[in-house]
Design a protein. Structure first.
Length: 214
């Protein structure tokens, strides 16, 4: 019989750590001035990237980490460093370089691939989400089919993100370009804080693994 308590906990945890609603402001800032078609394409790619990433780590995560010889703390540090770089661009307004001709915007979009980084990874499928799905996939359960709840949690979280990001323009339309730019600075600051927290968590966990601290 399915362990509904395990399923509910796993799905709720994955949804909370992916935090689909929290990605909406970042998406709106990162895709400002792009066409509706470009934005929809980014949404689809970002959600697909997150789904594949979380699914792969859910199934093969333990072997991937063992095969490459790195640890979850190292993954958190790398994710934090990546996010911090994006945060600095947002704080400095460097994304405004995308406000060029349609051809230049397309070239910039292809160069930066915001759908994969940072939207798909690590904003949706970040170190926290990857760690969470790996933990639940290795948790002891009475029925192996209970692990399907983990994949259900991934789908619910990503589909929620898909729906919210598709309606991001409606959410931000009333605040205008000036408001979006102001929010961009705030989101950059928040993203920097998230990045620093990833770095701190990774460093502390690494130090604990080495026995340097308790």
């Amino acid at each position: 019989m399915a362990d509904l308590a395990f399923g509910a906990t796993a799905m709720a945890s994955i949804f909370a750590i992916v935090d689909p609603l929290g990605v909406v402001p970042f998406f709106s800032v990162l895709t400002e001035d792009l066409s509706a078609a470009q934005k929809q394409d980014i949404v689809s790619k970002a959600c697909l990237t997150a789904t594949i990433t979380l699914g792969v780590f859910a199934v093969f995560g333990q072997w991937i980490f063992a095969g490459f010889g790195f640890t979850i703390p190292a993954f958190k540090i790398a994710g934090g460093a990546l996010l911090f770089g994006v945060a600095l661009e947002m704080l400095n307004g460097e994304r405004s370089r995308s406000r060029l001709t349609p051809q230049e915007r397309e070239e910039t979009l292809q160069r930066e691939e915001v759908s994969v980084v940072p939207l798909g990874i690590p904003l949706l499928a970040g170190p926290g989400a990857i760690t969470t799905v790996m933990i639940y996939m290795t948790a002891p359960v009475s029925d192996p089919t209970d692990k399907l709840f983990v994949f259900a949690g991934i789908l619910v979280a990503v589909l929620s993100a898909f729906a919210l990001l598709h309606n991001a323009d409606r959410i931000f339309r009333k605040i205008g370009r000036t408001g979006t730019r102001a929010i961009g600075r705030v989101m950059g600051l928040l993203l920097a804080a998230i990045a620093v927290q990833f770095l701190i968590d990774g460093i502390v966990a690494a130090a604990q693994m080495k026995g340097l601290i308790r």
